[in-house]
Design a protein around this ligand. Structure first.
Ligand code: ATP
Length: 266
């Protein structure tokens, strides 16, 4: 069996670029480093290339140019060691398995012990108590997304990649998750990279927000979110928090990302 990865990995993208077949340039040659154990949000206009960037880091798309190293190894290696989890917009749960069954399968595939109590804790963390034995078709879209988040967390990944994981989740649950998840990532020492359309959510969750230009994506601002943790929903109204949100919006505006389609302030 492959050895375990010890500690959260840093991620280094060097000259990373993606041109889709047909000539659509999604990501311009880009150098980005994600520090070990930090949470970084990627924000930018719709269609700018955020998901493409994240999918390349996940090893799900092949870069047209450049390299990605996760803790010094290529993404495929990290995937093989089950050190990487993804939760994307489309939850892709197996329809014939319950919430618990989907989580158990992820653990089995990662060759991790199936600990019923730990699974119950995760299901409770994402607010799905009472739905452990329910199949995806009987869940709402937001509940399916939360089940996918629980599944992504179950294997205790060293690197967690989240693409709009709360897209269909209701506002109150989003706020709860935005409080609970960073605590878990901190306790476990997870390197987290997330894509979100919400600037407030980016600031609430992250140590750092990277602002991308309209397509093809390139880094236009790199903003440290040096606000104390834990952060609560009411903190969003405090001047320090609002100043960070304003800084992200200013960078988006300067990059021309707000021209056609404003990003949500919430
Ligand atoms: N599989 C694919 N084949 C061809 N083009 C693609 C593919 N996936 C994405 N694209 C194109 O790449 C560009 C960037 O898409 P991407 O999904 O990365 O953007 P995004 O910033 O994540 O968008 P959104 O915020 O709306 O989810 C778009 O022009 C899109 O049409």
């Amino acid at each position: 069996m492959a050895p375990e990865i010890n500690g959260p990995p840093g991620v280094i993208c060097a000259g990373l670029a993606k041109t889709w077949p047909g000539g659509v340039d999604a990501v311009r040659p880009t150098d980005i480093q994600f520090a070990a154990g930090q949470t970084t949000a990627l924000v930018g206009a719709s269609g700018c290339g955020k998901s493409t960037l994240l999918r390349m880091i996940a090893g799900l798309e092949t870069p047209s140019a450049g390299t990605i190293e996760i803790g010094g190894e290529p993404p495929a290696q990290t995937l093989r060691k089950a050190g990487l989890s993804v939760a994307f917009q489309d939850p892709s749960l197996l329809p014939w398995r319950s919430v618990r069954g989907n989580i158990e399968l992820a653990l089995s595939l990662a060759r991790r012990p199936v600990d019923r109590a730990a699974i119950d804790q995760l299901i409770a963390l994402v607010g799905l108590e009472g739905f452990a034995d329910t199949r995806p078709a009987q869940l709402s879209g937001g509940m399916r997304q939360r089940a996918a988040i629980a599944r992504a967390l179950a294997t205790e990944p060293r690197l967690l990649l989240l693409d709009e994981p709360f897209g269909a989740v209701d506002e109150l649950t989003r706020q709860q998750l935005a409080q609970d998840l960073p605590r878990l990532w901190e306790a476990r020492g997870t390197t987290t990279i997330l894509v979100t359309h919400s600037v407030t959510e980016a600031v609430m969750l992250s140590d750092r927000v990277i602002v991308l230009s309209p397509r093809p994506a390139e880094v236009v601002a790199d903003i440290a979110i040096d606000l104390p943790r834990p952060r609560a929903p009411e903190d969003a109204r405090k001047p320090g928090f609002a100043a960070h949100v304003d800084a992200v919006f200013a960078a988006l505006s300067q990059a021309g990302a707000l021209r056609d389609r404003p990003l949500a302030a919430q």
